[in-house]
Design a protein. Structure first.
Length: 109
């Protein structure tokens, strides 16, 4: 078996709550030397940087976590340049659907 994909995450985001940039030299080296798709993560609210990094070939795809939770229609919002809903971190890792499946889509507002 071989590795299906490589997932690169901005290390600053998880450790400090700050969405710092990827170490570009490291990410470029990983992309060059890994024979498979590279998925970038850690953009938090920074869709423009994610799009730029994809355009510049730093990765093959982007994974959004919190933005996907608070924006169930995230692909449409990105495509249309619509505002992004804020997430409620106090609801993370709780029991039940509150904070996970009750965020409205643009169509329901």
């Amino acid at each position: 078996r071989k590795c299906a994909y490589l997932h690169l995450f901005s290390h600053y985001f998880g450790a400090h709550g700050w969405n710092g940039p990827f170490d570009r030299a490291l990410a470029e080296g990983m992309k060059k030397n890994f024979n498979g798709p590279v998925v970038l993560n850690g953009y938090s609210r920074d869709v423009a940087s994610a799009e730029r990094d994809l355009r510049e070939g730093l990765g093959d795809a982007v994974a959004f976590g919190k933005l996907a939770i608070s924006n169930p229609d995230l692909p449409e919002r990105i495509r249309d340049g619509a505002p992004l809903a804020e997430w409620d971190a106090s609801q993370f890792y709780g029991v039940g659907g509150k904070g996970y499946n009750d965020y409205p889509t643009l169509a329901t507002k």
